[in-house]
Design a protein around this ligand. Structure first.
Ligand code: GLY
Length: 389
């Protein structure tokens, strides 16, 4: 009995050691890479780093949906090592987004401000950050329509105007709800919470197919509150399963369960996880193709960003799942993704990639943008998953 016990203990300790090594090795790597990115990006302030195109760093303005991810990665670097260098960089880059608190030109302010100011407040308790978060939540709620019970994702202008939509809601919008739950907790004002729950319920009822894959865009009629169209914008086809969209849904319903304790959100997250984890199109390294139904699999681009978001969502679902067996399977799946992303197949060579961590993500194939590229949000969710596992 005794030798068996010591053997098991040794195996457990080795597993924990391996886990720590993966996190430490990646954060050491991330610190070095991010210093390279800082050197190149700092002269471009007030723009923020986004991706690489034609071997040139591409930056973005503060009103773009990806503006919060780089400040968010800086907060994770600070949270991991508590090095004040990263705190002061995180504060500096976060402050650039301050005007966004009053912006309501699209739904993505939840992404932008929760990743930057939200992490900053969670880590430092800076009271000024709290006000910014609450103001942003108020701005986001201006896009809420009570008849539909949802927050409108995009305005009807630009390329969206050509699609004939009236009130488009995209699955990505589930990621903005964390800001509303946060604002409700910070203020005691339950209207933020109620809007988040309503949006999640309407999404659960209208975005999902019987196999728990989701549509990218559901367009509603503001007069009746009913769905008019089920479309895609960034996936292969209306009826296909765009990989990042599945990951946003998994993450969003996991947060909704964590914040509400409602069984229906847990079941939804579990069912989405099952769709992803049992999908026959998932390659053995668990990094999905950009769309589960892309026509030329296996000759289609992978999307490392979808994998990183999935890993982070699964780590968080494992931590709150009441079912120990399912929790173990979520953790194991997430760890395998993280090991793949940490391998030379996806992680950049030290000093390369203009300082971004990961390669091989897809922004939007239908729009011909950021295909097989580094993306700041792939790096952000990679660090988040490592930190939370
Ligand atoms: N929210 C846009 C995307 O996932 O590409």
């Amino acid at each position: 009995m005794r030798p068996v016990f010591y053997c098991l203990l040794a195996l457990l300790l080795m597993a924990c050691q391996g886990k720590q090594d993966l996190v430490k090795e990646n954060f050491d790597f991330a610190a070095k890479q991010t210093k390279i990115l800082l050197d190149e990006a700092t002269p471009k302030i007030p723009l923020l780093p986004r991706t690489v195109k034609n071997d040139t760093l591409v930056c973005t303005d503060i009103y773009d949906w990806v503006s919060g991810f780089f400040p968010g990665s800086l907060w994770y670097l600070y949270e991991y090592g508590k090095d004040d260098f990263w705190k002061s960089e995180a504060e500096k880059w976060t402050a650039l987004l301050e005007p966004v608190q009053y912006f309501y030109g699209h739904h993505d302010v939840g992404f932008m401000m929760q990743c930057s100011y939200g992490n900053g407040y969670r880590i430092t308790q800076n009271p000024a950050y709290k006000d910014v978060l609450v103001n942003t939540a108020k701005s986001l709620c201006k896009r809420y329509n009570a008849k539909i019970g949802s927050i409108q994702s995009w305005d009807i202008k630009g390329w969206q105007a050509q699609r004939g939509w009236m009130f488009p809601v995209i699955i990505d919008n589930m990621m903005n709800l964390e800001l509303l739950f946060n604002a409700s907790e910070l203020t005691g004002d339950t209207s933020f919470y109620n809007i988040a729950v309503s949006h999640a319920d309407v999404t659960l009822n209208n975005h999902y197919r019987p196999d728990y894959s989701c549509y990218h865009v559901v367009d509603y009629d503001p007069a009746t509150g009913l769905a008019r169209n089920h479309h895609t914008a960034q996936g292969y086809a209306h009826e296909s399963a765009w990989a990042r969209g599945q990951a946003w849904g998994l993450y969003g319903f996991t947060v909704c369960y964590r914040e509400t304790g409602y069984e229906r959100f847990l079941k939804q997250a579990e069912n989405i996880a099952a769709f992803i984890m049992n999908n026959p199109k998932i390659p053995t390294d668990l990094i999905p193709y950009w769309d589960y139904d892309a026509p030329n699999i296996p000759n289609e681009p992978r999307d490392a960003s979808a994998a990183a978001i999935t890993a982070s969502a699964l780590v968080q679902l494992a931590a709150i799942s009441p079912d120990a067996k399912k929790a173990d399977s979520y953790r194991a799946y997430a760890n395998k993704i993280l090991e793949s992303l940490s391998s030379p197949a996806y992680r950049a060579e030290p000093g390369a990639n203009h300082g971004f961590l990961l390669r091989h993500s897809v922004g939007s194939i239908p729009h011909g943008s950021e295909v097989d590229a580094p993306l700041n949000y792939a790096d952000y969710y990679f660090l988040e998953a490592l930190l939370k596992r």
